[in-house]
Design a protein around this ligand. Structure first.
Ligand code: F6R
Length: 596
């Protein structure tokens, strides 16, 4: 949800900022902009569209300090005018987040004669800075942030100050030291990986002043604060395509490593001990709530099937956006698991905050160890999928299922944990086999020419069907839905006609016949069907009749979502490519949804 970058003390700020924006583009690609201090004066360039649209204009900028922005539009459509940075007087600002009270401030500022050149909420920030400036930059920033409500990470440039200011409240910002006195800030680690030796993650209510080789910090009351710097995590470093045509297919190929590294990390970070201790201290958990958004919700939903069966207590999965506004009965006996690749999704972070306030024990299950979610949680269960650049989540979903399986096994006790570790060791090879052998091209062609694709499954195959449908929609824009196989006949079947394709997921032999009946109902209405099944799980009559059949290696039922999702991810990827879409940057989306 918008990417920010700032730098000072470098030879050519615009060049660094442009490179950083390319790394941050997954956070939004509606427009991009850069402002630099050229001979003490602010000079800006901004363009609607992808970062590459800014290239020529960026090459004309010089100066050693600057700020940059890549936008995911919230207030105001994508346009040159609404692109950041916004400038007023001696200030230029880039913003990630939402200023909730912007209308009131805008009215006040307009009344005082400030002219707005955009429809964004962000522009109020720069006019406030201009309004409060009396010669002291720190005082000015403190006065401006005091007025703001909502969520904001900011980078500020000010004529007369050779450097930049970074502000953090509910949206991420990281600062770092580079070589030769260079200083940096960015929304995320990968943008700093090649630039900074050591980095510090700002907490809510902190401000960094970066100038002349030094970064100093204060809080929103102006009191100095100390931050700990540490090296950039190794996982943030490898974000290049490495011969793959797209990040989506690269990241699907990284699923075996994601599962393996997640299992290692669970042991390394002593999650077993922390979770066992917490369960013991609370006399065991009476129920588990798992929350996430989009793909993370789907992994939580899949886990709710195996965890409830394993633990014999109610395990519920809910979308974080619903949970946070509901009068839920979570309390001291609840284990609340917040699942999020980025650890920054606003709804998931707020749901975790609400659960914690209600007395639940909160686990953050995330791929980003320095995220907002980890700051709230009682325990962090790491997902080690590595940096995920493609906007559509793939390897992180599989890493999440692996981590959730280990969490469930830990709570079960006895031999469950060692059994799960052993099962996960076998999964990597099965995933590799699914990636290289499952042959999705014909199904992808059928999807590309379908008016709608319905993904169906029963039991643990249902969340996988939901995930298959989400993946196809978001990267190829082919309409579709995920449905429990038994529910199709209760209404949605009215949509089935000759242009419809159904994809049935079957990994449980005992439910195969049931799902096969749903497929028969689709055939009877003229639709076509593809069956994605674990080896030997499709009933023979269905295997013979299906228009397409894709087999993946069989594995223990609770881990099947890790393997059975792979053909669905590949179908979505190939459909997008066949239709000429960019699977890495689907329209209207951004990877981290840090606003409500
Ligand atoms: C879909 C996708 C999104 C995310 C969702 C949550 O491919 O990527 O649905 O899963 O926005 O994001 P995180 O996991 O970062 O909280």
């Amino acid at each position: 949800m918008c990417g920010l970058i700032g730098c000072t003390g470098v030879k050519c700020a615009a060049k660094i900022l442009y490179g950083g924006l390319e790394d941050l583009e997954y956070r939004g690609y509606d427009s991009a902009g850069i402002a630099v201090l050229e001979k003490g004066k602010i000079v800006a360039a901004k363009r609607k569209g992808r970062v590459c649209a800014l290239k020529t204009a960026a090459e004309e900028l010089c100066g050693t300090s600057g700020i940059g922005h890549t936008r995911w539009a919230t207030h105001g459509r994508p346009s040159d005018e609404n692109a950041h940075p916004h400038t007023s007087g001696r200030f230029s600002v880039v913003h990630n987040g939402i200023i909730e009270n912007y209308s009131k401030i805008k009215e006040e500022l307009e009344g005082e004669g400030y002219e707005f050149s955009s429809q964004t909420d962000s522009e109020v920030v720069v006019h406030l800075l201009n309004k409060y400036y009396r010669g002291d930059l720190k005082e000015t920033v403190l006065c401006a942030v005091e007025r703001l409500k909502g969520a904001f990470a900011l980078c500020i440039l000010c004529e007369g100050y050779e450097g930049f200011v970074a502000v953090k409240y509910r949206n991420p910002i990281i600062v770092g030291y580079g070589s030769g006195g260079a200083l940096y800030a960015a929304s995320d680690m990968p943008a700093l990986a090649g630039l900074s030796g050591s980095v510090a993650v700002l907490k809510d209510g902190q401000i960094a002043f970066a100038s002349e080789g030094k970064i100093s910090f204060c809080d929103f009351y102006g009191e100095p604060v100390c931050l700990t710097f540490s090296p950039v995590p190794a996982a943030a470093r490898s974000t290049r395509l490495g011969g793959f045509p797209h990040y989506m297919i690269k990241e699907i190929n990284e699923i075996p490593a994601a599962v393996k590294n997640t299992a290692h990390a669970f042991a390394e970070e002593k999650c077993f001990a922390a979770l066992s201790r917490a369960a013991k201290k609370r006399g065991g958990f009476g129920e588990i709530f798992m929350c996430g958004c989009g793909t993370a919700y789907h992994s939580a939903l899949a886990a709710s099937y195996f965890a409830e069966a394993e633990l014999g207590i109610p395990v519920r999965a809910e979308t974080a956006g619903e949970f946070r506004y509901k009068k839920s009965a979570v309390g001291g006996g609840t284990l609340f698991v917040a699942v999020s690749q980025s650890g920054e999704t606003a709804d998931t972070v707020e749901a975790a905050r609400a659960a914690k306030a209600a007395g639940a024990y909160v686990v953050a299950l995330t791929n980003v160890p320095y995220s907002a979610l980890t700051g709230i949680a009682d325990t962090v269960v790491p997902v080690r999928a590595g940096t995920e650049i493609c906007v559509a989540a793939t390897k992180s979903y599989c890493g999440q299922i692996a981590a959730l399986a280990l969490l469930s096994a830990t709570l079960k006790g006895g031999t469950a944990y060692s059994r799960t570790l052993a099962d996960l060791k076998e999964i990597g090879a099965k995933c590799s086999a699914a990636i290289s052998d499952c042959g999705v091209e014909d199904v992808a062609r059928a999807c590309a020419s379908s008016s709608g694709v319905y993904f169906i499954g029963r039991g643990i195959d249902y969340p996988v069907a939901l995930e298959g449908s989400l993946k196809l929609k978001e990267v190829s824009y082919v309409p579709g839905e995920g449905y429990p196989a038994g529910e199709l006949k209760h209404g949605t079947i009215a949509l089935i006609d000759g242009g419809t394709l159904a994809v049935a997921v079957i990994t449980d032999r005992s439910l195969g016949e049931k799902t096969a009946s749903a497929v028969e109902q689709i055939y009877s209405r003229g639709g076509r069907a593809a069956v994605v099944c674990a080896e030997g799980c499709a009933p023979s009559n269905l295997a013979e009749r299906a228009d397409f059949i894709i087999e993946v290696p069989a594995c223990p039922a609770y881990l099947s979502p890790i393997v059975s999702v792979i053909p669905l991810q590949l179908i979505a990827y190939r459909t997008a490519v066949i239709l000429g879409r960019d699977p890495d940057k689907p329209r209207n989306l951004a990877k981290s949804v840090t606003v409500e």
